[in-house]
Every structure is written in structure tokens, then in C-alpha cells.
Design a protein around this ligand. Structure first.
Ligand SMILES: [Zn+2]
Ligand SMILES: [Zn+2]
Length: 332
């Protein structure tokens, strides 16, 4: 089978290797779609110290069970993995916090991921996909929609609140806009690309173009927003903080360059009573909540382009150029 294998820091190859053999408690899936994430790029570049070589890259996918050695799954089931291989029995897993599993291993980093025709995965990390969820939406749920869902749960988003999303034209941003809307918020999308504004206008209540957006927010609302979903990082965080009302919350998501640092004016944050929350991965219950939500509320999977595994190099270039709205999918 074909797969994308990272062989060392910054090096990958499109390899031909035997199909993996599932062990007890594991499931073999045929990957229908995998999605490209900024995290893949950081893993490929070797930013994560726990990277194991060689490893099959990829942590976002939807697949069909081909062979199962876990009684909870049978051949033909459609499934998505969460971001980590988890044990299902530690105190965190039992609390429904698989993202904090005591023995978690990251797919595409410490254990083989999903940029492959087939992948074996522990049944503990899988969620079944209901009939009403499309393959594209399912592939984008664990690392995008459910990750944002967990973040919005953690900042306690209420119906009717105003949420600003930075980097709204990105793969995370355009789905964060839709999810916040689906959860009852009024949403302002911020993008630095004029040409992305039209697409965003289909999903957001307001769109602001440019890096200096806090004044525009105050002009539109009179005061600041209740919450910001910050998907960009250091280029926008100051404007994001300025856009918040007193007592507002900022949710930091997305995989910024781990070397990046930022100096925070503590007085400003304290006097404004700002809550800073970060979020990296989702739990199975968030995946299930999103699947349940889209039964009655439409969320459109926005796909910038699709590439085959052989064209992985071009897919990476497209990810880095960020010229189109939405996520990049791989079709093994
Ligand atoms: Zn991801
Ligand atoms: Zn666990």
C-alpha cells in the first residue's frame, strides 16, 4: 500500500509497504479521506521532540473498517480517529478527557498515522460516523470542528454572544465561524485576504478585512466582542485582545510555530479581566456532539483542494501558500 512516511527531520517519501496487521483491540481501516493540517508540517519539520522515525504522517482521517479485533467495531463501519492513540482505561479516559490520556501517543508522530491507504488503530481512539455525516465533514471533525467545540465548551460560550474569528479563511477558521454560528453566536470573521471575504460572507454575520481590526470591531459593536477564537497567533493576538470587551475570553487554537514567543502585558489582561484558554485536541464526546449537531444544523465542509498521496509535495505547497479558503484533503 502507498503511504507518506517521514524518514527524518524535514524528509518524507511516498512509500510502498505491506498493509498493517491489526493486533488485539485494534482495527484496520481503509482510509477514504485524510486531511492536511498545519500540525503535519510542524511534525515533518521535526518541531515535536517525541517524533519517532520512520512514521506514517497524518492524524485527520475518515475510513471504513476492513478488519476488526475490537468487538465494538465490525467491517463496513465508518469511523474517525481522535488525535491520539489512547488506552481507554486511565482516569482521564474514564472522565471523557482522552486528549489528556496518561499514555496517549500522537498519530503521525509517535505512532503511525493516516496518510496511507490502510491504517491500524486502537478501537479506543475511534468514533463511529452516523449516516447523515458526509465523508468530508467526518474527516474534518476531530481536529477542526470537535477541537473548536471543546474550546468553546471550555470558554463557556452562551447563545447570543458575539465571537470574532481570526484567520477565518484558513482551514480551521472557516469551520470555527460555522461552528460558533451553529452554537448560537453572532460571528465576525477576520481575514487578511480580500479575495476570501466573499466566501466568508456566506457563513459569518460580518467580515472584516485586514490586520487592524479592533477599531472596526468597536465601531460596529460600540464595545468589544465576548470572545475571540484566535487561529493565527502572534501577528493578530494584540488586536484580538484589544477587540475583547471587559471580562472577555480568548481561545488560542491552531498550531503556531512552537518557537514563537510573545510578551503579554499582564496589567492589561488583568485590568480587562480577560480569560485566556488554549486548546489543542478534542475528545470523543466532542466528536459525537458535533455529529449530533449537524443532524439538524448545516455545517458545510469547506475543501480548498484534493490531492492524491503521490501529489503530497504539491499538497504541502498548497497548505503553505494558504491561498484558498478551507482544508486540503488527501485521497489515498
Ligand atoms: Zn490537525
Ligand atoms: Zn487513557
Amino acid at each position: 500500500m502507498k503511504s507518506i512516511i517521514v524518514t527524518g527531520k524535514g524528509r518524507f517519501e511516498v512509500a510502498d509497504s505491506p498493509r498493517p496487521d491489526p493486533g488485539v483491540g485494534e482495527v484496520l481501516i481503509r482510509v477514504k479521506y485524510a486531511a492536511l493540517c498545519y500540525r503535519d508540517l510542524l511534525q515533518l519539520r521535526g518541531y515535536y521532540p517525541r517524533m519517532k522515525y520512520p512514521v506514517v504522517l497524518g492524524h485527520e482521517a475518515v475510513g471504513v473498517v476492513e478488519e476488526s479485533r475490537d468487538s465494538r467495531f465490525k467491517p463496513g463501519d465508518r469511523v474517525v480517529p481522535i488525535l491520539h492513540s489512547v488506552d481507554g482505561v486511565c482516569d482521564m479516559c474514564l472522565r471523557g478527557e482522552e486528549a489528556y490520556c496518561r499514555s496517549r501517543l500522537s498519530f503521525g508522530e509517535e505512532v503511525d498515522g493516516f496518510f496511507a491507504e490502510y491504517a491500524k488503530v486502537t478501537g479506543n481512539s475511534l468514533v463511529k460516523v452516523p449516516d447523515w455525516v458526509s465523508d468530508e465533514l467526518a474527516a474534518l471533525t476531530p481536529c477542526v470542528l470537535a477541537m473548536i467545540h471543546k474550546g468553546l465548551r471550555r470558554i463557556g460560550l452562551s447563545i447570543g454572544e458575539t465571537v470574532l474569528v481570526t484567520g477565518a479563511g484558513g482551514g480551521v477558521g472557516v469551520h470555527a465561524v460555522q461552528l460558533a454560528k451553529a452554537m448560537g453566536a453572532r460571528v465576525i470573521a477576520v481575514t487578511s485576504h480580500e479575495d476570501k471575504a466573499k466566501v466568508l460572507g456566506r457563513f459569518a454575520d460580518d467580515v472584516i478585512v485586514g490586520l487592524k481590526f479592533s477599531e472596526e470591531v468597536k465601531r460596529k459593536l460600540g464595545e468589544g466582542v465576548d470572545a475571540v477564537i484566535e487561529t493565527v497567533g502572534t501577528p493578530t493576538i494584540n488586536e484580538s485582545l484589544r477587540s475583547l470587551r471587559i471580562g472577555g475570553r480568548i481561545l488560542l487554537v491552531g498550531n503556531v510555530n512552537p518557537d514563537e514567543s510573545y510578551s503579554l502585558r499582564l496589567g492589561y489582561v488583568i485590568l480587562k479581566d480577560v480569560a485566556i484558554v488554549s486548546n489543542i485536541a478534542s475528545n470523543k464526546r466532542d466528536v459525537a456532539s458535533v455529529f449530533n449537531m449537524v443532524k439538524s444544523i448545516k455545517i458545510e465542509p469547506v475543501v480548498a483542494a484534493k490531492y492524491s498521496l503521490q501529489d503530497f509535495g504539491r499538497a504541502l505547497e498548497a497548505l503553505q501558500s494558504g491561498s484558498r479558503v478551507g482544508k486540503i484533503l488527501l485521497t489515498p
